[in-house]
Design a protein around this ligand. Structure first.
Ligand SMILES: Nc1ncnc2c1ncn2[C@@H]1O[C@H](COP(=O)(O)OP(=O)(O)OP(=O)(O)O)[C@@H](O)[C@H]1O
Ligand SMILES: [Mg+2]
Length: 511
């Protein structure tokens, strides 16, 4: 009984990591009766449906296979769950190499195949191609075959030739002459990151808030703005995106990978070169915010990785949902358990939030009266737990600006001007310690932040008087390090630490 075996590479995705999957296709003539097709190796429903798609696609591409044969398709390693339609292409090519007539000659062992197939044989884009391409390179492969709409994403990975045929028939022609001689898709030059968002210069007054925005952007610190309705909190937050330093190549790769897995890369995009700014509505579900689902997808906190997660009207978010942010904000990543395993998604983002001081909004307003009872104010504030507040480095009062300030015509500092100072400060951090100040581990914090003796005395006193936690102590040190970096000082001095303490408004006793 003749039997043939084809072996090809594809990729699976776990969390944001790609891993190599070997697709083995074996064909045997049945001893009697009709043939059957068996798919083994923990496939999910979409992978199982792949048999039907692939059979039709092969037929449409004049690559018929005999329905009387016994086919076994094995996805190895067998202990990892295979999800989604991205194995279609490898299975189809595997089947096509074992045909009796019109067979494609052997497949190259140095290529990875990742695409869904349409019934007409067209290659369709899939999620996670960047992760697949990185896995291919890590495994020493040198080429990848993907749908044209995924070609730029794959081309981002250096040292990997990208082949993007329109359909299976075209790929079959290429394989017959050898993939080595087939056309490749080069990486197109990156379009410069756009900075055509709203400009900081449009905000009148609010000098204190603008300063805090620059500090937050430079060091990657979490920020909470508190103020009456219409004082400009949302306006300021929307202008933060333009102040953020450009992502490094590694950061851009990580951001692109998460967006690719969430299916948010629109066709033809290569590398995402600006930092994400995500602003989920307060009715977001916990899965929407944190991630998860039956096929686990990253949530808003991961989509905001290396960028900003903006929660406007913070007290409107259900407390249980906010509580789930504690661990990912602290660790810069989160784990989701699924079946027997655990998946990891990155979540190193800045939390930026805005709220009113009380339900009516006017507590502490210079000219309007607050109509809320003490109890109502207390209930409102207690929707945000102490542990969450403790993770917010900068609490900022954003007061209503006086009419004469709003009427000013003299232009303030522009987004571009502030961004250049922010970029210089971030550059100092990267050169010194390889990460933003907010991301410093406890060990590196002691190594890289050495405030003057008098600054340290002030900090100790403040922590004592305000009853701050050890976490708050570390976070104030990090903020003071950022202030020193922004102003070009070697180490934080008294003024830097004092300014950093000043940003913990909500820790001060009320009254
Ligand atoms: N400092 C300012 N300079 C110029 N315009 C301002 C300023 N503050 C507020 N505005 C104007 O007021 C509008 C409302 O501001 P914004 O939406 O940011 O208020 P908010 O603080 O978020 O209020 P709420 O608490 O109701 O959400 C802005 O779109 C802008 O037109
Ligand atoms: Mg607002």
């Amino acid at each position: 009984m003749p039997m043939e075996l084809a072996r090809l590479h594809a990729a699976g995705i776990e969390g944001v990591e790609g891993y190599l999957v070997t697709v083995e296709v074996s064909r045997a003539e049945p001893v009697g009766g009709t043939g059957r097709t068996t798919l083994v190796g923990l496939p999910d429903a979409a992978v199982r449906e792949s048999i039907d798609r692939v059979t039709t696609a092969l037929f449409a591409s004049h690559l018929r296979h005999r329905p009387t044969d016994h086919l076994t398709i094995n996805l190895a390693p067998a202990d990892r769950r295979k999800e989604g339609p991205s194995f279609d292409l490898a299975i189809a090519v595997g089947l096509a190499t074992t045909l009796t007539d019109n067979a494609i000659p052997g497949v190259p062992a140095d290529a990875l195949f990742s695409a869904e197939l349409g019934l007409d044989g067209a290659l369709r884009p899939v999620r996670g191609v960047l992760s697949a391409a990185l896995a291919a390179r890590a495994a020493g492969l040198t080429r990848i075959v993907v749908a044209p709409a995924n070609a730029q994403e794959a081309a981002v990975v250096d040292g990997l030739a990208v082949h993007a045929p329109e359909n299976l028939a075209e790929l079959a022609r290429w394989l017959r002459v050898g993939l080595r001689a087939a056309p490749t898709t080069p990486l197109l030059p990156a379009t410069a990151p756009l900075s055509d968002g709203p400009d900081l210069a449009e905000v009148r007054g609010q000098e204190h808030a603008k300063r805090a925005l620059a500090v937050a952007a430079a060091g990657g610190h979490n920020l909470l703005m508190i103020g009456p309705p219409g004082s400009g909190k949302t306006m300021l937050a929307r202008r933060l995106a333009g102040l953020l330093p450009e992502p490094t190549l590694d950061e851009a790769l990580e951001v692109t990978r998460v967006h690719s897995i969430a299916g948010l890369l629109q066709g033809g995009i290569g590398l995402l070169r600006s930092r994400p700014f995500r602003s989920p509505h307060h009715n977001v579900s916990s899965v929407g915010l944190i991630g998860g689902g039956s096929i686990p997808r990253p949530g808003e906190v991961s989509l905001a990785h290396h960028g900003v997660l903006f929660l406007d009207e913070l007290p409107e978010f259900p407390r249980t949902v906010l509580e789930m942010l504690r661990q990912p904000l602290e660790d810069g990543h989160l784990t989701i358990s699924r079946g027997g395993g655990r998946l990891r998604f990155p979540s190193r983002c800045m939390l930026v939030a805005a709220m009113n001081p009380c339900p009516c909004g006017y507590l502490g307003h210079p000219s309007r009266r607050c109509t809320d009872s003490r109890d109502a104010v207390h209930r409102y504030r207690s929707r945000i737990s102490g542990p969450l507040l403790d993770r917010i480095d900068l609490h900022l009062e954003v007061p209503a600006q006086r009419p004469d300030v709003l009427a000013q015509t003299a232009p303030g500092e522009t987004t571009a001007q502030v961004r250049s100072r922010v970029g210089a400060a971030r550059g100092r951090m990267l050169a010194r310690q390889g990460c933003a100040n907010a991301a410093l581990s406890a060990g590196s914090l002691r190594r890289h932040v050495k405030p003057s003796a008098e600054a340290l005395t002030l900090l100790t006193q403040a922590v004592d008087e305000l009853g701050l936690s050890a976490r708050a102590f570390d976070r104030i040190l990090k903020v003071s390090r950022t202030i020193a970096d922004l102003d070009g000082r070697d180490q934080p001095g008294l003024d830097d630490v004092s300014e950093a303490i000043g940003y913990r408004v909500l820790d001060r006793p009320a009254g």
